[in-house]
Design a protein around this ligand. Sequence first.
Ligand code: DAH
Length: 347
Amino acid sequence: MTDLETLQRDALAAVERAGDLDALDEARVRFTGKKSDLVTIQKGMRELSPDERKERGKQLNAFRDTFQRAFDARRDELASVALRERLEAERLDLSLPPRRLTPGRPHLLTQVEQEIVDVFVGLGYRVAEGPEVESGAYNFDLLNIEPDHPARQEMDTIYVSFAADVVLRTHTSPVQARTMTAQAPPVAVVCPGRVYRADSVDATHSPVFTQVEGLLVAQDVSMADLRGTLLAFSRALFGAERQIRLRPSFFPFTEPSAEVDVSCGFCGAADGRAGDPDCRVCSGTGWIEILGAGMVDPNVLSACGYDPGEVSGFAFGIGVERVAMLRHGVRDIRDFYDADARFLSRF
Ligand code: DAH
């Protein structure tokens, strides 16, 4: 009897003392395993009388129960200590500053092109595109540009094949002709894209640049419609107080033609009054040129299969680099193409 009591006391003390799950398991093996005193006591039961054996059996079962409960309780305790320690060790410091992500973004020219296109899409225009490698027919002939027109000379035009009359388009106007030859009026399209000229590079010239062409042809379209449209465009892009003015000009594909200025908002001359003589945008004139436009020449309409007696229209060509320079105070066109992330990331 005493031996079992001692055993139980020692066993429970060992369980209590176990400092981790391994030590606890060792205690289990030592006090209840095959080579334990418990097993020796069990084996000794054979020599007992049936009554004694019954009594001893109860005691042994009670010992096992007690041991098992103590064992389970200690195991749960140790497991939760271990878990707490692990959580503590793996704690995340949520106050650490995150690593900075620098996501890409559309190039400034793409942004401005998109803004321009969005204004016209808002007015009901559709976006049309054409190839950058273009035939002389679309780039020149259908647009009323005569064979001896200076723009056709090799110094301006980059020829892919002089013999086959294939060029890198010098403007986005050929997309007008492509639109009209493909579809009956009415049409309202804007045509963004790259254009090419054999220009040498300086602060305001690049052999590759970007234009957005616009074309609207329907019944009874007038110069007043053109003016209203360009005023809405200028205000959407440059600000609600801006004014525009149309100066007489010449383009082979429009008659009459105009160069369009927007009032300079940079030196406070947003209403077209004379500006600050030192203004680096308008040099004091109060106006800045933003695009060319006009009423589509009847020759162009009929060359493209439209009847100039039935429909009329207007067209305009916007230089995206120029608009981007004016809007964002960029002084050198080369900044757009240098791919210097310090510059580009400002926009
Ligand atoms: N195609 C002209 C250029 O590249 C720009 C232009 C002027 C387009 C007047 C037009 C327009 O549609 O009506 O210089």
